[in-house]
Structures are given as C-alpha cells and as structure tokens.
Write a protein that binds this ligand. Structure first.
Ligand SMILES: NC(=O)c1ccc[n+]([C@@H]2O[C@H](COP(=O)([O-])OP(=O)(O)OC[C@H]3O[C@@H](n4cnc5c(N)ncnc54)[C@H](O)[C@@H]3O)[C@@H](O)[C@H]2O)c1
Ligand SMILES: [Zn+2]
Length: 337
C-alpha cells in the first residue's frame, strides 16, 4: 500500500529521482491549488492542465497527456503528480501506469471524495462508450498526500459528495465511527483531519486484505449497485446527480433491504435513513424514473443472469457481500425511496 505521507516525503522522492516531474491538474485545481502546492514543496514543477469534469474521463484526455509527456521527452524515470479530485487521479494514474509501460505517480487529492476514496486503492481508468471506469488498470500510487486545507475552495456540493463515501466507510466499520460522523456533521466533520484520515484508513485496511477485489473488497460497493444505476438513469435522461448523492440514495436502499433480508435493526436503520434523507433529499425526477433505474441495475457489470448481487449489512460494521436480491425486492425499495 502507498504511504499516506507529508509533503517533505514527496520532496525527498523528487530529490532522489533523476527523471522529469509533472503535475497533472484540471482547470480548477490549477487555479485554486497549484500555486499552494508548489509553495508547500518549495519547487516549481511543470503543470499539465486538462478541462474539469467527469466528461473528461475519456481516452482523448489520456492521449493529450501521453502526447505532452512525449513532447517533453519524459523517460521511464519520469514522475507524474496528480493534483485534483477523483477525475484527475483516475486519469493520471492510468496515464502513468501505461506510459512507456509504467512510470511512478503520486496522488495529492484535493476533493473530499478523492481524499477518502479515489486517491487510494490503486484503481485507475476512464469511461468508454458510456460505460463507467470500463478501461483501466489497478496500479497503486507511490505516495498519497492528504492536505485538508485544499478543501477550502471545494464547492459545498462536492463536500457532500465525498461525505457520502465517508458514511459508507463508517457503516462498514462500526457504530462508533458512524456516530463520530453523524453527530459532528453540523460542525463540518468533513474538515476534520482525524475524521478524514480515519475514513481513509477504513478503505485502506479493506483494500490491503484484497487488493484485486476477489472477495472482501466488494464490500466497498455498499450503496453502489443502486447508486450507479441512479447515476446511469440520470445521465440517460439528462438529469444531474453527483456520484455521492446517488450513493447516498443507494445506501438508503441497501439499509431497507438489509432490514428485510438480514434482520438489520429497524430502529437503527430508520435513524440513519432519516439522517441521509435530511442531507440528501431525493430529486423529484427519481420518482418518474424507477423503471429506468431498474433496467440499469440489471445491466450492472457485476450481475450474472437475473441475480442481483448486493452488499448488505447484518448490523452496523457487519457487511455481507454477494447477497442475491430479486428485481421485485429492488423495485419495492425504489418505490419506497
Ligand atoms: N479510483 C477509485 O478508487 C475511485 C473511487 C471513487 C471515485 N472515483 C472516481 O472519482 C471521480 C469523482 O471524483 P471527484 O468527486 O473528486 O470529482 P472531480 O475530480 O470532478 O472533482 C469535483 C469538482 O471539484 C473541483 N475541485 C477539486 N478539488 C478542488 C479544490 N480543492 N478546489 C476547487 N475545486 C476543486 C474539480 O475541478 C471538479 O470540478 C469519478 O470519476 C469516480 O469514478 C474513483
Ligand atoms: Zn463511490
């Protein structure tokens, strides 16, 4: 696993590497984070800037970065530093893992979602022909640096986006972690270094046990089967929803199914669901889209035949993966949401 480290570790990595160094940013992180980053490490490193947003997570963008590296005569000893959210680290990780059969890369996440989730675990890649993350490799970064002051310029909606993944980690880990989050949300728990590092550590511990997602790592998909389907249906109907907002709704569905299928405590589920609903109201278009969402659930790459395998919870901190659910059961919870 990559070490979660301080900037001086990056400085020593840079000093000990003979090749050229580059910082990949998107237009926002170039504007809001790049100068601070250079100041923090006391060096000016050449930037490569791409447009912002999920729509840039495509092979064309990789080509642009590969081409820039070639133009700059980056050798196999080059180092790419990904300064940005999950879009930048997914693209940059994939570009680095494939350029000249692999150069080293470092993630410096600047969004909450990237800090607690996307920057670690080694999954990299891009979307292709409308399918999310379908081209990519698993290649861990050399280092990950968490610097929470970057969050000051992150739009509020994106803080909520990352917070949904923190909720997921806490549900997987235990009651104490969950209460630390939900009891402190009004004091902006997401700015708290300790809570962010704890959330990240939960993911890291799971990935360390199963880096290639053969078994246990699947639990990180809690809330994502229905969450991804909601994102997919939104895209098709030109509605907007952020990944974390869709995952939050997916968590509600998973909790409801956990109550009926695995005897998850009803009162606890109600408290958590109320909390999620308060912070992530269901958009009105979802009421009209439950058939489209169901279709997307069926197309999910993780399903065989008509069996829908989901991650559910026996209790907080007790996830079970590969629980078979019927389409009817899923339709019922979608109608309740
Ligand atoms: N590889 C993984 O394991 C993994 C895990 C979860 C998510 N992801 C991927 O991550 C992506 C989502 O990541 P995201 O939510 O960070 O999206 P993002 O990278 O698009 O960032 C969200 C927005 O915030 C801006 N931004 C980022 N940091 C900023 C800062 N400090 N100040 C101002 N603006 C800032 C970005 O420019 C962008 O507009 C998705 O593509 C998803 O598939 C990957
Ligand atoms: Zn996610």
């Amino acid at each position: 696993m990559p070490a979660i480290v301080e900037f001086y570790d990056l400085v020593s990595l840079l000093q000990n590497s003979s090749g050229k160094h580059f910082v990949l940013c998107d237009e926002n992180t170039y504007k809001d984070c790049y100068k601070t980053f250079c100041k923090l490490i006391g060096l000016n490193i050449q930037s490569i800037v791409i447009k912002e947003g999920e729509s840039q997570k495509k092979l064309d963008t990789c080509e642009y970065v590969w081409q820039t590296l070639l133009d700059e005569q980056a050798g196999r000893d080059a180092l790419l530093i990904n300064l940005g959210g999950g879009v930048v680290s997914d693209i940059g990780g994939f570009v680095a893992a494939t350029y000249k059969r692999g150069i080293k890369y470092v993630n410096v996440p600047t969004s909450l979602l990237a800090m607690v989730d996307a920057a670690t675990g080694g999954k990299t890649g891009v979307n292709f022909r409308g399918l999310k993350n379908i081209i990519g490799v698993i290649q861990p970064p050399e280092l990950v640096i968490i610097h929470t002051p970057f969050l000051k310029t992150l739009p509020n909606q994106h803080l909520k986006n990352g917070f949904a993944e923190m909720l997921k980690h806490a549900l997987l880990e235990g009651s104490e972690e969950l209460h630390l989050l939900i009891d402190n949300v009004d004091t902006h728990a997401f700015y708290n270094d300790d809570i962010i590092l704890k959330s990240l550590a939960i993911k890291e511990a799971i990935v360390a046990q199963d880096p290639n997602e053969i078994g246990l790592r699947k639990i990180l998909n809690l809330g994502h089967t229905i969450g991804h389907a909601i994102e997919f249906a939104a895209q098709k109907n030109a509605n907007n929803i952020l990944h974390g907002e869709a995952v939050a709704l997916g968590l509600i569905a998973a909790l409801k199914l956990s109550v009926t299928k695995l005897n998850f405590n009803q009162n606890e589920a109600d408290i958590i669901i109320d909390f999620i609903r308060k912070h992530y109201p269901t958009p009105t278009w979802i009421k009209l889209s439950h058939k489209a969402i169901l279709n997307a659930v069926l197309q999910d790459k993780k399903n065989n035949d008509q069996q829908i395998k989901m991650v559910l919870l026996k209790a907080i901190g007790q996830p079970v993966y590969d629980v078979s659910c019927t389409l009817q059961e899923i339709e019922n919870v979608l109608l309740e949401i």
